[in-house]
Design a protein around this ligand. Structure first.
Ligand SMILES: C[S@@+](CC[C@H](N)C(=O)[O-])C[C@H]1O[C@@H](n2cnc3c(N)ncnc32)[C@H](O)[C@@H]1O
Length: 227
């Protein structure tokens, strides 16, 4: 089974939950009539929560994977689902750009540069990105993420990247363990039914790593605005 087919069976493709998203909406001060872009929406992990938060507004879901876009469009007819590149986002303007666990695909700096011009006046960006929670991470965790091609800094490093890109941090927190179990529990259940494959082994290894060393890394959730 391909990665896309596997994740089409799940409603999350990364750690996160409604509680942490609602926190971000509160910090961003997103009004009920906001125009929201979900950049890298996946299979619609956050679509329902976003729709509930802006009953008088709009939610546009953007993803590079056509299958995910089609799935979101079917599950949430109230959403405008678009296949595209978050580095070249729809013009908006957007009162909030939300991006859960997807910014790493193009990099924080590039994302913030691409999004500045499509924000409405007073618009904000909220995104989550994987970071170390401690100064000296365990060797096994460091080697795992290095092998995945993911270079992690700590929370201060992320905020420094944001400021260097010309943005101000309005609020920051960790997604926390509840967001990881919200992602990994259903993923583990799907993997239990999967025949052994390179993909299944890789995902099981990632989950096993989190069970051993999950205290050393987490998704940092930031709410930011142009400085
Ligand atoms: C880790 S998943 C997170 C999905 C979703 N936000 C969630 O939390 O479940 C990253 C998503 O970003 C999408 N993606 C990767 N590169 C992208 C790009 N350049 N533009 C838009 N979407 C992209 C992938 O197809 C995938 O759905």
């Amino acid at each position: 089974m391909s990665l896309v087919d596997l994740f089409l069976r799940l409603d999350r493709a990364g750690p996160g939950d409604a509680e942490s998203l609602r926190w971000a909406l509160g910090v961003a001060g997103t009004p009920a009539d906001a125009r929201v872009l979900d950049a890298g929406c996946g299979t619609g992990a956050d679509t329902g929560t976003l729709l509930a938060a802006v009953p008088g507004g709009t939610v546009t879901a953007l993803d590079a994977a056509a299958e995910f876009v089609a799935s979101v469009a079917t599950t949430y007819p109230a959403v405008t689902a678009i296949q595209g590149d978050m580095a070249d986002p729809p013009a908006g303007p957007w009162d909030l750009i939300w991006s859960a666990g997807a910014v790493y695909t193009i990099g924080v700096r590039r994302a913030l540069e691409a999004w500045r011009g499509v924000l409405a006046p007073g618009g904000r960006v909220a995104f989550s990105d994987l970071r170390w929670t401690m100064a000296t991470p365990p060797e096994e965790a460091a080697a795992f993420w290095q092998a995945e091609g993911v270079t992690l800094t700590d929370a201060a490093g992320l905020e420094a990247e944001v400021r260097a890109a010309g943005w101000r941090v309005l609020g920051a927190r960790w997604v926390g363990r509840a967001g990881w179990t919200r992602y990994y529990d259903p993923l583990e259940a799907v993997l239990a039914d999967e025949p052994d494959s390179e993909l299944a082994r890789a995902l099981k290894a990632e989950i096993a790593l989190w069970k051993r060393w999950g205290d050393s890394y987490d998704y940092r959730l930031l709410v930011v605005e142009p400085a």
